[in-house]
Design a protein around this ligand. Structure first.
Ligand code: PLP
Length: 429
């Protein structure tokens, strides 16, 4: 290990606290220190190169160190890095809000509220929803519907929607009232009183990421929109993971021609370069916050609409056009699907392959079909083994996630799949 790596690892173990991490286990091993990126590749402090197989925790879209995004950030930096959005406008935020609304040509989503992360984008939607109900004569609508095993972020409001009990159960009593549904069928079981108390339904459209890449049935989102319309319930779409091309279209909801009442974006909005989030909504919802100080939305963060983040987001949208990112996806999606299907045929431990666009989950089980004992950490061990073959990714339990930057080429897709297969056979045979 180089002396610089040794120093970084020592300082990490002495002072850092990582997200979603058992720090006792973390400190047993030596973490990789990532120092550089280029396209879909990342380089660690020892000079080893890896394919960024989970797009740096589902954020990266056009690859690392993309000249167009880098240049946009530098150009903005030469003007100013940050100015307050409280009391002031800024050019990049004005331009970006227009561009984001323009991604919905029918014009229903016409207002953008900026924040910093996926969690705050969702937090903001649910607080707007609650206040909207108070100000439009329906204060009894205070509850939310969400889905089993859903994930919407970690701030208290977003966390109260969460359906993964190991993350959220201990905080349940402190959050918003939420009723969890098994699936769309769960709506039928709701009684009138429950529906009358419901403000909104929240869902990750087309695919739940944290729920081991659970793909919803075709047409489910459309049905959910229709149910909401019949019952005066709003639809909040969490496109934090699915947005910006990840599922094959710019937004997942566009595949079922659904327009939500709130659309939450983050992760890929800046191409994965800066923390920035946006909550889009309709003019009619915005208008309920007009007409007096007591009706305003008192919410915000100090880095709201950060100009560097907005500049990166604008550049990322430019790259979508220049590189025809979406038009190139069907071929890549097909190749990834074909390779994973072939791998499943070769490998008796692959129980299922789930895929939605450039989001894939490879679920490992014992050859008998039984899950591995949790304590074997099979998913985690496979990902560690795959590093030796030049792939970085993470599992959700025993489902290994492949969600590369969309710019990945066919050669790199093949390399990524080979590295995963090598990691599986190193671990299980
Ligand atoms: C990652 C994620 C979030 C939370 O976003 P952060 O930026 O980590 O706060 C919310 N919803 C979904 C669907 C996510 O994938």
């Amino acid at each position: 290990m180089k002396p610089s790596t040794r120093a970084w690892v020592a300082a990490d173990k002495a002072h850092c606290w990582h997200p979603f991490t058992r720090q006792d286990q973390w400190c047993d091993g030596d973490p990789l220190v990532l120092v550089e990126g280029d396209g879909v590749w990342l380089t660690d402090s020892e000079g080893r190169r890896y394919i960024d197989g989970n797009a740096s925790i589902w954020t990266n879209i056009h690859g690392h160190r993309h000249p167009v995004i880098n240049e946009a950030i530098v150009r903005q930096l030469e003007q100013v890095a940050h100015t307050s959005y409280l009391g002031f406008a800024n050019p990049r935020a004005s331009e970006l809000a227009g561009r984001l609304c323009g991604l919905f040509p029918s014009g229903e989503l016409s207002r953008v509220f900026f924040s910093d992360d996926g969690s705050t984008a969702v937090e903001c939607a649910i607080k707007m929803e609650i206040q909207f109900r108070m100000q439009t004569g329906a204060p009894e609508r205070t509850e939310f519907l969400a889905f089993d095993q859903c994930y919407h972020g970690d701030t208290m409001g977003a966390a109260s929607l969460g359906g993964v009990s190991s993350f959220f159960e201990r905080f349940r009593q402190f959050g918003f009232p939420v009723h969890h549904l098994q699936g769309i069928e769960g709506l039928e079981a709701l009684d009138e009183a429950q529906i009358a108390r419901t403000a909104a339904v929240v869902i990750e459209p087309l695919v739940q990421g944290v729920n081991q890449i659970h793909v919803w049935p075709n047409g489910m989102l459309r049905q959910l929109r229709e149910w909401c319309d019949r019952h005066g319930v709003h639809l909040i779409l969490d496109e934090v993971m699915t947005g910006f091309g990840r599922t094959g279209s710019m937004f997942a909801c566009q595949q079922e021609e659904v327009i939500p009442d709130f659309l939450c974006c983050a992760k890929g909005i800046t191409g994965g370069y800066m923390p920035l989030a946006a909550t889009l909504t309709r003019e009619a919802i915005y208008e309920a916050f007009l007409g007096g100080a007591e009706r305003a939305f008192y919410y915000g963060h100090s880095y709201t609409a950060n100009p560097l983040g907005c500049a990166a987001a604008l550049a990322s949208l430019d790259v979508f056009e220049q590189e025809q990112t979406l038009a190139q996806l069907p071929e890549k999606v097909r190749l990834l699907g074909d390779l994973l299907t072939e791998m499943q045929q070769r490998c008796s431990n692959i129980h299922a392959v789930r895929q939605c666009g450039m989001v894939a989950g490879v679920e490992l089980r014992q050859a008998s079909g039984e899950p591995f004992p949790y304590t074997r950490r099979v998913g985690a061990n496979i990902c560690e083994a795959a590093r030796e073959h030049g792939l970085l990714t993470r599992p959700v339990l025993d489902t290994v996630v492949l969600m590369p930057p969309l710019c990945i080429d066919s050669e790199e897709i093949k390399q990524m799949c080979l590295a995963l297969e090598a990691g599986i056979s190193d671990t299980l045979s």
